[in-house]
Structures are given as structure tokens and as C-alpha cells.
Design a binder for this molecule. Sequence first.
Ligand SMILES: [Zn+2]
Length: 818
Amino acid sequence: MAHPKASLQHAEALARRDLLDLTSYDVALDLASDDTTFGSVTTLRFTSGSGTTFLDLKPVTVQTVRLDGRPLDVDLLARGRFPLALEEGEHELVVEATMPFRNDGEGLHRSLDPADGRSYVYGMCFMDAAPTIFACFDQPDLKAPYTFHVRAPRDWTVVGNSPGQQVEPGVWELDQTQPLSTYFVTLIAGPWHVVRDEHDGIPLGLSARASLAADLDKDADELFTLTRQSFDELHRLFGIRYPFGDYHQAFVPEFNAGAMENPGLVTFRDPLIFSSRVTRGLRVARASTLAHEMAHQWFGNLVTPAWWDDLWLNESFAEYMGNRVTADVTEYADIWVDDSYARRQWGLVADQTPSTHPVAGNGAVDASAALQDFDGISYAKGCAILRQLNTTVGDDVFFKGTIDHFERHRFGNATMHDLFASWERAGAGDLSGFTDSWLRTAGPDTITLDRAAGVIRRTPPTEHPADRPHRIRAAVAEDGTWTDQVLVIDSPETPFDAGDRPVLLDPYNETWALLMPDKLTMDALEQLLPGIEDPLLRAGVWSNVRSSLHNASVDPLDVLELVVGSLPIEDTEDTRRRTMAWVYGWVLPLQPDPGVAIAQVHEAARGKLAAAAPASEEQLAAFRVVIATASDIGMLTAWRDAEDLPEGVPLDLDLRWRVLTRLATLGAVDLAELDRHLDAEPTGAARVQHARARASRPDADAKTWAWSCFTGEVNLPNYELEAVGLGFWRGGQEELTDPYVERYFTDLPATVNVRSGWVLADAAEHFFPRTSLTRGTLARCEALIADGDLDLSMRRRLVDQADTLERKLAVLEAYPRT
Ligand SMILES: [Zn+2]
């Protein structure tokens, strides 16, 4: 259940940091006594000035609080805070409490694996869940070393931030850690399958649920190889050894984020252990996530932001370094292509919403406000800007400054100002102009070709004026051959004589801007795109076309022609690289007749499928599109029964559920049959797919059930809840779902009573009535946004959904369906 909690104010954090100096945490957890709660005894040693402050503590019950041996009144705990009046000097605080196992991916998450009925526990303290595990001063700049003692069931394995031993059956003692911020503290406990290795003196570990053991073993070589390569490259670039002892990578169930960089024990979402066949896109993404978390061990973990407003710097830096390392030393040299498909638009779209903000935090007053700005701008745009900075100052200065920063603030905290001072000391010169243009000003410039006027126009966003120089390449086509031209765009109009040649501006992502092909280029692309060999250029085409549709600057019929003529699956994984997801979400619903358009995409995918080599990834990607767009129930039913499948495509769990979900959407399978398939192979992944298929059925009972999941009457774990939201709203089912448009806006605010944190905001997004493309829905959404009582994280998601809806309406109004 959600408790009203106070979000830590920056001013409070500053006052507490000035008062306290932490010596150590000693934490004893008893995970063996109960399924729903655990015992937690924290002994905190610190020195203090004279004054009052508070401890963060969010228990089920608290038994005792002792300050320097003296018991305090436990009833003083209110809203997650325990007040402390301190005298100057050394103190020992001992808090004995009963804490909740949680099931929403935060705190100490405990879940049951449906595949074998075994229980697993992992910790996730980011960004303010530590007080549901142990008593603490929960802010990033109060670091201390931790010693953990854990009692667990005898068949469990326990791994923490530091190496540990089982000293007697069920009793685990972990070594003292390096100084850590509270948000890094974690452990995993359960009957984990563990694989171990070693590299360059660093003990390595991998773990996953026992039911995923065979899949983890299959990929362990690849994961260890990526880890070794990334360590070697990061050691070479930073010249500072990895400082946290063992490096264990745990793949854990129902994890909200992609991964979390906890020192010594990184946690990843376990769909990244592949139980079904995947295509390269997902492997590339996994590799770069792995390298991203490794880069954090230095940037974020060794040196940590003093306050949450600098969190972007953690993510931008890890994103840039993770991509760079992946590109330079692993087999996934095409990571920048993946970045162009999967990450660029994430950042660009975020940067065009009304909720856009500068990359650099501007003094977020409290922790929840800072978390709202933790988005595609923090990752993708920040990465692009740091890459530009690296190009500008060169590797020598870039890394000299970075190393200076690590050395000055080793195991401590620092700010953006500190880092830029290090870069300036290293010889970068005055970076204030760069910082102002790219990091302290929101929104992208729009760069367009005005062919008739013979100029390239640069237009800053109206609400965020700026004067930014861009150095880009333009790809120009002549007789079917593309050549590059370097352009410096440092004024509102730059002369450029395109003649009648198609032109793509910055297809290689060398700046950060909104780029849209002009009409002549768009028309020519239908002929030219199939011949483009350079994968980065091809990704740039799709990125520019997506920006155009997003801004109602291209007829959706023209986009459909491009999609049908060059189905964007050629070297991609259809969901991960997100181009097909965009086709389903943006291109098809905006067509004059979406049903006809789906049939056209289906035919195009069948053509690709027929031409693809058996067992190739292209074949698999094409087959997924064929399934998702099929309307022939007989054919789908045959595939469900593993009949008439394309040669080289075995029906694994993922494909079977894709077929079942399509059949469910078409109303061709009932719940009993979905249940039978789940019972036959009851894994965690199957439960998620089952939930999506069930909610997809065009049936009043199915929608009633799905809605009770949203309102919390039916309690589902996070992945299943997301799947229900994604299944609920289906084009063509409006008769059933229309009444739920109003109910969404009525029911949403009260969901704050049934969930909190990540899951609260995620559910607000996943259940948004995205198939209702009307001005009325937009008006209803805006009315709720104006409600001053609405939870901050929900409002932020609604603002972004309203922007998406408004943009789709703009396309429909600019290119009316006649
Ligand atoms: Zn990160």
C-alpha cells in the first residue's frame, strides 16, 4: 500500500549534510522468518554538530530506537521520518524494525517464480526506497561503508555489494563495502543460479532464477566476454582500477528499469536473459546496457552527484561511454545505428514536449521533482551533447579532465560545475558558451532546407530562444548515389544550393536538432531507400521521417508508401529498434482507412518473409510483423498448432503467444484456451503474455477484468499490469472501449491509493486511452492536468500523453480522412 511520504527537499538535505558526518552502517536482516516482512536492525555510527535532524525510516512496525544506548519514543515516527535532537560529538543509533517485502520492484522486492514456485528477493534502493530496508539518512551525499549480516532460508544464496561468505547454514556475512550512497545499497537472496568467472583479478558473477538457468548458461560466455572487454577498455580510458571488489551481474524478476548500477552488484531486468529466439537488436541493446552500467562504476558510483539535479550527468555520461565502449571493443560495433533507431527519437520527442527541460538540472527543489526530469533528455540528448563535447575538445582533454574529476572526488560527491572545472583545467578552454547553448537551454533547433530560397534555415524553439552553431554533414543524392557535404550552420540562414537533388540533413546524428526532409526528398525516398546500403544513413532516413510525421509535416499516406515499399525491419529487431512499434502506433492509426493500411503492411511483410533465408533474423522479424497484422484466423490457428510454419521458424514461447495475442485481439480464442496455454508452460514470461492476450479480447468481460487491474481491485505485478494496459486499447474495438475513456480520467487519480513510485506513473501511461483520437479526449486530459491535487508523476505522464494526442490530431487535421 502507498503511504503519504514526504519527498526530501534540497534545503533539508543540505542542512543534514552540514550537521552530520557518517562513520558506518551495520545492517542485520532476517529474511527467513516470514514471507511478507523481514527483520531489520541498523546500527549507524556518525559524528554530529549540535542540532535537530531526522532519520528516514519506512517500516511496517518499529520496535526500538536507541540513541547512544538511550531508548527513544518510537511513536515519534511520522511520514517516514524519525526526529533526532543531537548533541555535538560521536553517536551510535540502533534501530530495530520490521520491514515490508514489496512487490513493485522497489525496496526489498520478493516474488514467486510461477515456473517452479520458488521465491526470490532483490533490493532496489534508487531513488528513495532505502528506508524500507534499513534506517538511514537517505540522500546521495551522506556516504558510508556498509557491513551486512543476513539470515536467509538454508537453500538460498546471498550476494551483496561486497564479497561475502556463508558462515553457517543460512547465515551470511558480507565484507565491509567502500563508502556508498544509500541509493546504491542492494542484495539478492534466493535459490539463484550463479555462474562465476574471473578477469584481471576481478571475480565476476552472473545470476538468474533457477528456471532460467539453462538460458543464462547459454549466454554466459557472451556476457562474460562483453564484461571483460568493457573492463579492459574502461581501465585503459580512465587509468583508474575498478574499486568495488567483485563484479556481479544479477538478472532479476519484475525489475522496473533496464538495469541499476549498484556498485559490485548490478541488477538487470531478467527478460534480458533470452528464453525465446531474439534478433540482433535486442542483443545490441543488452550489450550497451551492460557497458552503460560498467561506466557508472566510475561515473556515479566512485564519484556521485551531490544532489539529484545532477543525475542527468550520471546517465548522459554512462550512455555515451557505454555506447562508445560497445562500439569500439565488442562485437556490437553497430551500437550507434541502434542508438539512431531506438534512443534518438526518445530524446527528440521528449525535447519537443511542453515538459521539456534543459539537459542540466536547474536546482530541483526536491527528490520527486528531480525524478520527473529523468527521461530521454537525460539519456539520449545528454549522450549526444557529451559526444559533441568529446569531438570538440578531443580524447586527450576529455579523459584528462574526467580522470582529474575522479581523483579529486574519489568515493565522494561532486557537481556538474566540478566536472566542467576539471575539463577546463585539462585544457578545454572556456566551456561556458557550450554549456549555455547545449546543456542549459531546452528544446531542439529545427533545421530545414528551403530549396526555392537556396538556404538552410535554423529556427530555435519559440519558448526557448538560443543561438546554437551546428556542424553537420548533409547526404545529397545524385543519380542514385549519396555523397556527404560538410555544413556549418551558425546563422538563421545558410546558403545551400540543392538544385533538384534529394537531401538528408545530419543523418549521422552529429548535432542535436529536429530535421525533416522536404517534399522533393520525401517523394524521392520511396525510390532511393531500398538502395541505401549504409545502415547509419538508413537509420537517419527513418529518424527524419519520424520527426516529419511527429510535426504533421508529411502526409501519412506518403509515410505508408515508404513503409510498405521498404518495410523497416531489414536489419532490425522489430520492437527493440522501435521502428515497427512506431508504424503500429503512429503510421497505421493516422491512415484514412487503418484496416486497409494494416492489410498493405501485412502483404509487404509476407513479401519479406518469402524472400528471407530460412532461420535468418530477417525472417523472424518479418514473421512477427506478418503475425501482428494478420486477419486470417485459419492461418493463425494453424501456426498456433505449429502447422504450416515458415521453414526454419520453430514455434517458441514468444512466437506462440504473439499468435495467441493476435487471435485474442480478433476475438478468435476464449479465456479457457489462453489459460490452457499458460498452464502448459507457466513461466513468468508466459504470464505476462497471457495478461496481454486476455486484455486484448474484444469482449466486455475481458475489458471489465482489465479495468479492475488498473483500478487495483485485481492486484498484478508490474510487467503483467503493463501488458494489460497495452492489450486493453486496440484499434477497431472502440465500441467496447469508448466508455472507458471517461473512466480513465475519473479513476486515475485514486490509483495513488493502490500503488506508488515507478509503477504508479507507468500504469498512468500504459492505460492512457491512446486509441481515442478526439479533441474531446484531449480536453478531458487537459482538465485533469489542471487539477492541482493530482500526483506529480501522473501529471507529468498526462502532459506527455496530451502532447502525443495533440500531435496526432494535428496530422489528422492537416491531412483529413475524406
Ligand atoms: Zn544509467
